[in-house]
Design a protein around this ligand. Structure first.
Ligand code: PLP
Length: 397
């Protein structure tokens, strides 16, 4: 028999799973070109060619006993040095290899960090709408996830509400910018306000509150928007980075944590996070991929492909009459549901072979998420379907 908690986890993920299954069924019935699946955040831009070249070079040139062997739990030191230098070059920071821990994606990194700091019953705060997997990441460690309601005007984090929700048990606050599911980038002004509230509350309760900056989409931004580097705003920041989207390597499972010297108990946290990496069974992040990303630190995916999709989908839907916020980053569009119950909207969309995710999965009912990391033609061909969908909605009102 599986654990009671896993029963709850399965129930919690059944809405999205059911949607995937329905999508697959629809494709089998109507053909791939007649189904408009905007459900999955799986990159459709290939990894840069340099990645495959680097893999070949590394396999051919490295000592296999080193390349395929166990290593320090934190990862190869030369790789961490290369990554620290790269961050410093881009953001004017001064990290060294000991501030970096290589992880199994951002998901692995966040779990390692939560394992490192959480005692059962501690609280972790997230801003709605948030990546639904945070529910599982926090319940893994018996932390309570506290949700700050959304500011649906701007989708910037609601700092006033945050202040009311911080307690003596608050161990961490998670932010994600550029954001999944809204595509919003948190401004420097927002981060300044956030930092000052966290500092005030740390003093009030005599506690350390870590700010986890979950950054899989840092590199996917449009119109020259700046994504401020969060460690510059607040000492107790820990960054969880990922190569899943920035280099289109989600199946390779690689990312890193940045734990600055300025963070409270930094040395102990680094040591504990290494142990957490080991005892969670990761032992260390995938070795070949560590070497590969280090050889490709200056590579980028072709963000212009996502940008073209972004503009086509955003402008197309606005013209039809849907309300949505223009994404500044990531590859998601958050659209206001024409019905209060967004599940009704998702169900009706299926009639037009359109698959979208209800906002309830991101703690933000009344909206839907569309992932536009799809073929451009999917968007072009979906728009007339959205038009018919809108006509039907209008005829119902
Ligand atoms: N955080 C957010 C906001 C995400 O959207 C994702 C993946 O979609 C992750 C974390 C997990 O990323 P990774 O593949 O690096 O584990």
């Amino acid at each position: 028999m599986i654990s009671k908690d896993m029963v709850r986890q399965i129930e919690g993920s059944s809405a999205i799973r059911a949607m995937f299954e329905e999508g697959a069924e629809m494709i089998a019935r109507y053909g791939k070109e007649n189904v408009y699946d905007f459900s999955l955040g799986n990159p459709n831009v290939p990894a840069p060619a340099a990645i495959n070249e680097a893999v070949k070079d590394i396999v051919d040139s490295e000592d296999p006993l080193v390349l395929h062997g166990y290593m320090l739990n934190a990862g190869y030191k030369d790789v961490r040095q290369t990554i620290a230098d790269h961050i410093n070059r881009l953001h004017g920071t001064s990290f060294g290899p000991d501030n970096i821990i290589m992880t199994v994606g951002a998901a692995g990194g966040i779990n390692v960090f939560l394992r490192t700091i959480i005692d059962p019953g501690d609280e972790v705060i997230a801003f709605a709408p948030y990546f639904g997997e945070y529910n599982g990441y926090t319940s893994n460690w018996n932390a309570k996830l506290v949700i700050v309601p959304p500011d649906t005007e701007t989708f910037q984090p609601n700092i006033e509400e945050l202040e009311n929700l911080i307690t003596a048990k608050t161990k961490a606050v998670i932010i994600n910018t550029p954001n999944n599911p809204t595509g919003v980038v948190y401004s420097a002004e927002t981060l300044e306000k956030l930092a000052s509230v966290l500092e005030k509350k740390q003093k009030e309760f005599g506690t350390d509150i870590y700010l986890i900056s979950d950054e899989p989409y840092r590199e996917l931004v449009y119109d020259g928007v700046e994504v401020p580097y969060v460690t510059k705003f607040y000492d107790n920041t820990v960054v969880g980075y990922s190569y899943s989207k920035s280099l289109s390597l989600p199946g390779e499972r690689l990312g890193y944590l940045v734990i600055p010297d300025e963070a409270a108990d930094s040395k102990l946290i680094v040591e504990a996070a290494g142990v957490a990496t080991r005892i969670l069974g990761f032992v260390n992040a995938p070795s070949l991929m560590q070497k590969t990303v280090a050889a490709c630190v200056d590579e980028e995916v072709d963000v212009a492909v996502y940008d073209k999709n972004r503009i086509a989908l955003y402008e197309g839907l606005k013209e039809i009459g849907f309300e949505c916020i223009k994404p500044q980053g990531a590859f998601y569009l958050f659209v206001k549901s024409p019905f209060e119950d967004e599940k009704k909207f998702c169900d009706l969309a299926k009639k037009y072979h359109i698959i979208i995710v209800p906002g309830g999965a991101f703690a933000c009912p009344g909206y839907v998420r569309m992932a536009y990391c799809v073929a451009y033609d999917t968007i072009v061909n979906a728009l007339p379907q959205f038009e018919k969908l809108m006509e039907e909605i209008k005829s119902m009102k």
